[in-house]
Every structure is written in structure tokens, then in C-alpha cells.
Design a protein around this ligand. Structure first.
Ligand code: ZN
Length: 427
């Protein structure tokens, strides 16, 4: 089995392990998720108390749930939280009552257009309770009295998020973030977590230039909390990538940062453009995942977002159809491969200064032609040296060289290494 496929299988295994947990923006489901992620990479877990002011928001009460069901007159559970965490409206208040179906209907959420699927619904900031079920299940319920019970707690507690840091040679940071707040949904949340975990493991072996910080936090409020508590660190964030919907069979989609021409935007365009992969590049919109927060004008970070099919772009989105069968090992391995290629370029993209800029330096005298002898791409490698020398004016980086010359980035970077070794350029 190829190494990438093996990584894909392991990511899919992680998705399947995390799938049953009832995550939300706070609570033990998030902690259990981070416990499992912590088996793969060491995490620093942060607990932020309810009521903490974070930018324009306040950390909400913590929600936990143990059991929930709707039972018919005979006591049989017709809707059961134990079968799927999607069955309960997220942040439901506790309830214990018996009521006729006509009255219960106001608290039932279905998808009439997708009658076999259970929707994903939450009510974080509006106190409510409810159940989510398929239209088919609802249609089969006879009129009569039903027992409804939600054994949940909404109380002062904490918001939980985690960080994993891979120290680089410089303190400048690249942040990679994914949301951990959706319950049993595979593509929208778990695939991003799985790709982030295996990306972190791969990067750790490469001794990167930048310091890489991985964030596992609930959507919106988690990123806002992190930004509020890291005002100084934000100054050091040079680039970032939000991972979401990272495992479906659709083509890759990169969403640019608000700046539109940040280095990560150019790197992703180059990597996707020079690969054979079908892909789309979308402009920034102030909606979506946590790029909304990182790119808000007060921070204006160079953070883009990588997905396969973007949110709301597939019929299974926010339904029970987004299950582990909806994501594939191959797709996650492909997303991981693109991230690794992109970060390899980002990590290696540097500006150099030609130390012999008056006329072409004599490459032969320095053994630089012989070093190419026998290489099948000797002609390309030679051109790459000439391009690096030509554009190393302190203004252009290696990605500029690759784009302008049309040469592969790796060839350009290897040429820069050779020229650097020969003392002809300096960083
Ligand atoms: Zn979502």
C-alpha cells in the first residue's frame, strides 16, 4: 500500500472513531474529541470560563447531554439520541414531559425534501429544545401521547479548545485551524480534523522553517476566543489555512484570503495550478468557516481556506448523509498531499540577493554546470539558475521566479540552493 493511501486509511479510521461523539461549541463532546486527537499528536488544551469577554462576544454556558429520546405510549423509543447525536437540537434545554404529537411537532425538525435524512440543527444563543428526525420517521408516527426527555445541562462551565505547535527555525507562524463543534458529521468537521492531525505529524518530521500552530476549536466562538487571547501572537502569524469539508469526493476548492494576493493565496494557486488536479479557486466572502475571523479587517491575516466541495455545496451538508461513508480515504489523502505540497513551497519561498549582479556570473568556473551533468532536467536546472540570478534583486522570491519562468518550484528551489552553496546569492 502506498504511504499516502495508508495515511488515508488512518485518517478514515480517525473519522470513524470521532463520528459518534456529540460535539458542540462547548462541553464534554469537545473534550472527548480532543482526548482522541491527543493520542495522535500532543495537545495543549485550554479551558476558558463561561462569561469571559472575547472580542465582541462572551463565552457561553457549557452544554452537556447524557441521553434524549421520544418514546411512544408503549415505551418504545421512536427517536433515540443513543443512535445518533444529530437527533437532538444542539444546546437543547432539559425537558421531561408527555405531550400529544400535535404539540410536539413544534419541536421537531425534519427535511421534507430529503425525507430519509436527519437534519443537523442548533440553537446556541436562543434558549430552546428540540429533536431532529427524518421526515419518513415523522410520517410513520401515529397520533397520540409521547414521552419526551432530554437529559442535558446548560450551566456555567468552560469553552474548550486545543493547540499543537511545531517549532520552526523562526518564530513567525503559520496557523492551521479546523472546527471541532459539529456532532456526527464527517466531512463538515471530522475530515478537516483528520487532515490537520496527519499534516501536523508530517510537518514535525520535516523540521520546518516556520513555526506551525494547529488550532482545534469550535467554529466562530473558538476562533474569536483564540484571537482575543493571543493579540500579541497574532503579530507573528504570517500565513494560515482553514481546513473544512476536506474529505468528500468532489474537486478541491481554495478560497482566497480577504487580501486576495496574500502569499498563501499565491502558493495555493501555484500548487493547484501546476498539479493535474481539477480544482476551483474562489474569491473571499465574509461567510464560511474561521477565515471570517482571521481575515476580519482588524486582523487581516493572510489566511485562506481549503475544502473539497465547499459548505452547503452538497446535498448531504448538515444532514445524516454526511457520515463516514460520505468521505473517503483517497480524498483525505489527496487533501493532505496538497497541504504538504503547499506548505513545502510556503516554507521554502524566500527572497535572495544576487551577490554578483553586474553581468552574468561565470557558472562553469564555479562547477555549477558540472553539478548538472547527467541530470535529465539539466537544461531546466540551468535555466532555473539563470532565472534565480536574474530575479534575485531582493524584491522577488522563489515563487515569483517559478511563476515568471514557468519552471517547477522544486527546480527553482534546488537552483537557489546550488547558487547559495557557490556563494552567488544570499538570503
Ligand atoms: Zn457546518
Amino acid at each position: 500500500m502506498a504511504p499516502m493511501t495508508a495515511a488515508g486509511e488512518r485518517m478514515h479510521e480517525l473519522v470513524r472513531r470521532l463520528y459518534p461523539l456529540c460535539r458542540s461549541i462547548t462541553g464534554d463532546g469537545v473534550r472527548a474529541t480532543l482526548d482522541i486527537v491527543g493520542e495522535y499528536i500532543p495537545l495543549r488544551v485550554h479551558e476558558v470560563p463561561t462569561g469571559t469577554q472575547v472580542l465582541d462576544w462572551t463565552v457561553p454556558q457549557e452544554w452537556n447531554i447524557r441521553d434524549a429520546y421520544i418514546a411512544d405510549a408503549a415505551g418504545g423509543r421512536v427517536v433515540d439520541f443513543a443512535e445518533s447525536s444529530l437527533h437532538v437540537l444542539g444546546y437543547s434545554l432539559p425537558v421531561s414531559a408527555t405531550m400529544p404529537l400535535a404539540e410536539l411537532r413544534a419541536h421537531l425538525h425534519t427535511l421534507p425534501d430529503q425525507p430519509s435524512l436527519v437534519p443537523y440543527r442548533t440553537s446556541y444563543y436562543q434558549p430552546d429544545w428540540g429533536f431532529c428526525l427524518s421526515q419518513e420517521t415523522l410520517d410513520a408516527l401515529p397520533d397520540g401521547e409521547y414521552e419526551v426527555r432530554i437529559d442535558s445541562t446548560l450551566a456555567d462551565g468552560h469553552l474548550t479548545y486545543a493547540e499543537h505547535v511545531i517549532p520552526g527555525r523562526v518564530a513567525d507562524e503559520v496557523i492551521v485551524s479546523c472546527h471541532v463543534c459539529h456532532p456526527s458529521l464527517a466531512n463538515d468537521n471530522l475530515a478537516g480534523i483528520a487532515v490537520a492531525v496527519f499534516l501536523a505529524r508530517a510537518l514535525a518530521e520535516e523540521k520546518p522553517h516556520y513555526t506551525y500552530r494547529f488550532l482545534f476549536a469550535p467554529g466562530t466562538i473558538g476562533a474569536i476566543t483564540w484571537l482575543a487571547r493571543n493579540r500579541e501572537r497574532v503579530e507573528r502569524v504570517r500565513h494560515g489555512l482553514v481546513l473544512a469539508c476536506a474529505g468528500d469526493r468532489g474537486e478541491l476548492t481554495y478560497k482566497r484570503s480577504r487580501r486576495g494576493d496574500a502569499e498563501i493565496d499565491r502558493v495555493m494557486r501555484h500548487v493547484l495550478g501546476t498539479s493535474e488536479r481539477p480544482h476551483r479557486i474562489n474569491e473571499f466572502t465574509p461567510y464560511g468557516y474561521d477565515e471570517r475571523q482571521f481575515c476580519s479587517p482588524g486582523f487581516d491575516l493572510g489566511v485562506g481556506s481549503l475544502s473539497r466541495t465547499p459548505y452547503a455545496g452538497y446535498p448531504e451538508y448538515h444532514t445524516s448523509g454526511d457520515n463516514p461513508d460520505f468521505v473517503t480515504a483517497e480524498a483525505m489523502a489527496d487533501t493532505l498531499a496538497v497541504c504538504r505540497e503547499a506548505f513545502a513551497v510556503l516554507d521554502r519561498n524566500r527572497r535572495y540577493l544576487n551577490l554578483s549582479p553586474h553581468g552574468e556570473p561565470q557558472l562553469g568556473r564555479r562547477g555549477l554546470y558540472e553539478s548538472l551533468g547527467g541530470r535529465s532536467d539539466a537544461k531546466q536546472a540551468q535555466m532555473a539558475m539563470l532565472w534565480v540570478l536574474s530575479l534575485s534583486d531582493g524584491e522577488h522570491g522563489l515563487l515569483d521566479v517559478a511563476e515568471r519562468s514557468g519552471l517547477p518550484f522544486d527546480t527553482v528551489a534546488a537552483a537557489a540552493d546550488a547558487l547559495h552553496g557557490a556563494g552567488l546569492i544570499k538570503a
